[in-house]
Write a protein that binds this ligand. Structure first.
Ligand SMILES: [Ca+2]
Ligand SMILES: [Ca+2]
Length: 248
């Protein structure tokens, strides 16, 4: 009986974590800082305990736009976009209501982020920096950003440093450090793929946690593979299983 009660408490604790888990930043905890020449460090992951950190949407393996906030220690919040471009695929950046950073089909970045105290930050630096190979861009093979963005009031923001850059974990099925809700490292990728990750996925899948929605279908190469569809079903489970089995 006591064991049953403990299990119930664990489930309740896990359920309490659900909303934050659903929106955790995609940014690698070990590669979350970029340097601005006039604003110092920006942290792209840890807004509101990572629940409002930067995300790459709609899917890490096929990102089209950013969402969430970076934090500048000297200049406050920087809004990368609200995650809902009006046309569904790219922020138009023609009004403040539909602004944000896009990842184009050729992996160039474009669009505008808004710094509450520093105004617009332009990621469309290809016109000026392409000649120098320093245009702001997404490098899918390395899972990181490269090049420079330009703040109208604060100058260059360096996405290109060899050690200090913004990346996503390359190991997609690495979801957590430990599988016990409420423990430090729950839901925080640690660069190691093991049973903790599998049981973590099993837990959020059983909960119906929106974070368990990983794909539309489970057949590689088919449309919708790796693109969440708002439905959590066996396709998501088998998709995760195949990622996990493939290893990192
Ligand atoms: Ca792990
Ligand atoms: Ca799904």
């Amino acid at each position: 009986m006591r064991r049953t009660l403990a299990a119930t408490s664990l489930l309740a604790a896990a359920a309490a974590c659900t909303p934050a888990l659903a929106q955790l930043s995609d940014i690698d905890p070990n590669h979350k800082h970029a340097w601005g020449e006039n604003i110092g460090w920006t942290n792209w992951r840890d807004a509101n305990g990572a629940a409002q950190g930067v995300r790459l949407l709609p899917a890490l393996n096929a990102p089209q736009f950013l969402a969430g906030f970076a934090w500048s220690e000297n200049c406050g919040w920087i809004n990368m976009g609200d995650g809902t471009p009006a046309n569904g695929t790219a922020y138009a950046n023609t009004t403040g209501a539909d602004h944000g950073v896009n990842i184009l089909g050729n992996n160039l970045l474009s669009g505008l982020a808004w710094g509450e105290n520093i105004g617009w930050i332009n990621f469309n630096t290809a016109p000026t920096l392409m000649a120098f190979g320093q245009e702001a861009r997404w490098d899918p093979a390395a899972g990181r950003f490269r090049g420079y963005a330009w703040g109208e009031n604060v100058g260059w923001i360096n996405l290109d440093h060899a050690q200090h850059f913004i990346a996503v974990p390359l190991c997609e099925p690495d979801l957590t450090t430990g599988a016990i809700p409420g423990q430090p490292g729950f839901g925080v990728p640690n660069g190691i793929l093991n049973n903790e990750d599998f049981f973590f996925y099993l837990t959020i899948f059983a909960q119906g946690n929106p974070a368990a929605d990983l794909t539309t279908g489970a057949i590689p190469g088919q449309p919708g593979y790796g693109v969440p569809n708002g439905v959590i079903n066996n396709e998501d489970f088998f998709y995760y299983l195949s990622l996990f089995a493939a290893g990192c």
